[in-house]
Design a binder for this molecule. Structure first.
Ligand code: NAP
Length: 434
């Protein structure tokens, strides 16, 4: 029997578990350890609440979780409750599938002013992540700035723009639903430091902005290269850019506007004790498509700034780390003997949820080829239980999670699939029937 610990129960973790089952059959026991009492990582806390069809992939992960040789070991933080070195003593292989939950920092003067939030915090707030449930972003302001031209910036701009009716069917948490319903935001600037041909927004997600009931996107065609140049783009990008061009002809007749500021590099944030304006420098592209400042500056009045400039993986003591890229140092998923990384912890924060699947399969094959069948005499899960029991760690099982899940469904708003618990104590209380 082989014993494998997967740290993190998001998409990369579950695809790895599924791949290990395929590679080893019944000859493997897999423990999926998560710091939270609830599984699914990015699916629960990252994917937008109004994108329920994407969240449906958790049903596939549930199947894996319910198979006999996989356990969910929730509410256990590796590095605090148990170390990687201890896990290495217990398991034949450790897979780090911890994702990239921390914000890449916006390093400009004023970025520590109240009213500046990173996308991990803002997305975590509307998705009910326990760490960010109390964020209270300022929404009693007219202007907001969203920094970045990726899909997360799109999610944030869309969520800031939707009416309560447009959230029907979503699982946006009650505190965000109410706060957004009372929001005074009317102008949302989405800032890209490069141009329309350099966006990282996918067409389906970008197209959604053209169909909002109270908000309309706005672009300035002067920022665009000649239309003929669109033919040089790969098909997905071409579709995205076509959406942007269509936005230019939409009547600007709605209560809110989502304004695309291209060639706009944030250089400072100003305000008395809180954000009042974002200072931006106009940029131009170099031949190799980098952005450089032109010296021309302007200011955007705003009371909320959400920086959506990418994520990083938090380091774990004793695990080699690549600081520049914000991920574990690895070669094709191998960090060192018996230690592997998958998903964003391996590659950095790029790609869709499905991109993690081949990743997990590749690492599982490497583990199978390295270990082969057999028994190393390692204790696996029973050793972990003994260790956590002695440290009085309150472990949450998958069956416990199913109780939490049922309670969330039972208290959902009408039309919504669930009302998430947003505090860990609440989750643990439901589990123990308190
Ligand atoms: P991303 O796609 O890497 O986009 C990051 C954006 O931030 C880029 O436009 C980048 O501009 C900009 N940026 C980086 N550093 C900056 C700085 N210092 N100042 C100004 N701008 C800066 O990252 P993401 O939006 O966080 O998304 C992460 C991944 O999740 C992506 O693969 C994304 O597609 C995926 N995702 C998918 C969905 C979906 O499919 N529905 C939803 C959300 C996220 P440059 O290009 O100039 O570097």
């Amino acid at each position: 029997m082989r014993h494998v610990a997967v740290i993190g129960s998001g998409p990369a973790g579950y695809y790895s578990a599924e791949a290990l089952q395929k590679a080893f059959g019944d000859e493997v026991r897999i423990d999926m350890i998560d710091r939270l009492p609830v599984p699914y990582g990015l699916i629960r806390f990252g994917v937008a609440p109004d994108h329920q069809s994407i969240k449906a992939v958790s049903r596939r992960y549930e199947k894996v979780a319910l198979s006999g040789n996989v356990r969910f070991v929730g509410n256990v933080t590796v590095g605090r409750d148990v170390t990687v070195a201890e896990l290495q003593g217990l398991y034949d292989a450790i897979i780090l599938a911890t994702g990239a939950p921390d914000d890449r920092t916006l390093d400009i003067p004023g970025s520590d002013l109240p009213g500046v939030v990173g996308s991990a915090a803002f997305v975590g707030w509307y998705n009910g992540h326990p760490e960010f449930a109390d964020l209270e972003p300022p929404l009693d302001v007219e202007g907001a700035a969203v920094i970045g031209n990726g899909n997360v910036a799109l999610d944030v701009a869309r969520i800031l723009s939707k009416t309560p009716v447009e959230f029907v069917g979503s699982d946006i948490v009650a505190h965000a639903f109410e706060a957004l319903g009372n929001s005074s935001i009317r102008r949302i600037h989405v800032l890209g430091r490069r141009g329309p041909h350099q966006i990282a927004m996918t067409p389906k997600e970008l197209g959604e902005l053209g169909h909002l009931s109270d908000a309309v996107p706005s672009v300035d065609l002067a920022d665009f290269p000649p239309e003929g140049d669109d033919a040089l783009l790969e098909p997905g990008m071409r579709k995205s850019v076509t959406h942007l061009r269509v936005f230019a002809s939409l009547p600007q007749d709605k209560k809110k506007v989502i304004e695309f500021d291209f060639f706009a590099m944030p250089v400072a944030i100003e305000g008395e004790g809180k954000v009042e304006r974002l200072v931006v420098e106009r940029t131009r592209l170099t031949e190799d498509l980098r952005s450089v400042g032109t010296g021309e500056r302007y200011a955007i009045d705003c009371g909320l700034i959400v920086s959506c400039i990418g994520y990083q993986t938090p380091p774990i003591e004793g695990v080699p780390y690549e600081h520049g890229r914000g991920r574990f140092a690895n070669s094709d998923g191998v960090i060192g003997e018996g230690l592997y990384a998958v998903g964003w912890a391996r590659r950095g924060p790029t790609g869709t949820i499905g991109t993690n699947r081949p990743d997990g399969f590749e690492v599982a094959e490497t583990i199978a080829a390295t270990l082969g069948p057999g028994d190393s005499g390692k204790e696996g899960g029973s050793g972990l239980d003994r260790l956590l029991g002695a440290r009085r760690v309150d472990v949450v099982t998958f069956q416990d999670w199913q109780k939490i899940e049922a309670a969330e469904a039972a208290r959902a708003r009408e039309g919504s699939p669930r009302e998430k618990f947003v505090q860990i104590a609440e989750m643990l209380g439901v589990r123990s029937g308190a």
